[in-house]
Unconditional design. Sequence first.
Length: 301
Amino acid sequence: MRRGTLDDLAAFAAVARTCSFTRAAAELGLSPSALSHAVRGLEERLGVRLLARTTRSVAPTPAGERLVRSLAPALAEIECGLAALADWRGAPSGALRLTTFSSAARRVLDPALPRFLLDHPAVSVEVVIDDRLTDIVAARFDAGIRFGETVERDMVAVRLGPDLRTVVVGTPAYFAHHPRPETPADLETHNCVNYRLVGGGGLLPWEFTHKGQDMGQDVRMRVGGQLTVNDAVLAGAAVRAGAGLGYMLEDDVAADIAAGDLVQVLTDWCTPFPGYHLYHPSHQATPALRALIDAVRWVEA
């Protein structure tokens, strides 16, 4: 391969991906004119036009699109190889992409991420909040943070904190006008605050496992009620105002229960489950990812 061709191929791939010489140049740290010259030289050497240019836009030609598809896996492997060299350097560096959901972001990342960024100025972090179970390999994430029970078995999982529990609560005023449910089936006669999953669009089911003599009896049910939201803070506010029963993380309402502002019901049906875990697809975590794991592990919620 001619010297400089690999750089020119990477330059072309950046332009094709961004459909802009200006954006690609900023990404690569080049001037737009230098980038244009590199791509034009590549076209001349290959003897085929790769980009269709107008005064307002730039886009890959059919030949360019085919080349982009061929280049993408190779360039990704080169990028991973270069990132792996960080193992030979002293301080963690590079970019990390994480996927998680709002509760984990609030409890795990909020307390630890600012300090991590200050301690590791050569590391940049992108966090995507999504309650869907994202395929982190296909979506090019370095890691995810989810409840332990939802992590795929082929992932490397690191426990970040203790087991958690979801509980059913309502205000004393609500129970002054409604009988306390004794079993999950009793919820059918109650006004329950539903949570709609932001990513998937479905309603979050209320799940129970009896810990008494019916140990192992699992119940997964849909509940009815006047209010459906896709924001946990709004759901909590409605429950605390007496608008209905809530299905909430125990840690989020422990102070309310202790103060008598909320009453917990169905206690024997609410059992612990594996708490927050950070997971990633490779046993060879980069120094940046290892540093992040150390920063967020065993965060006190």
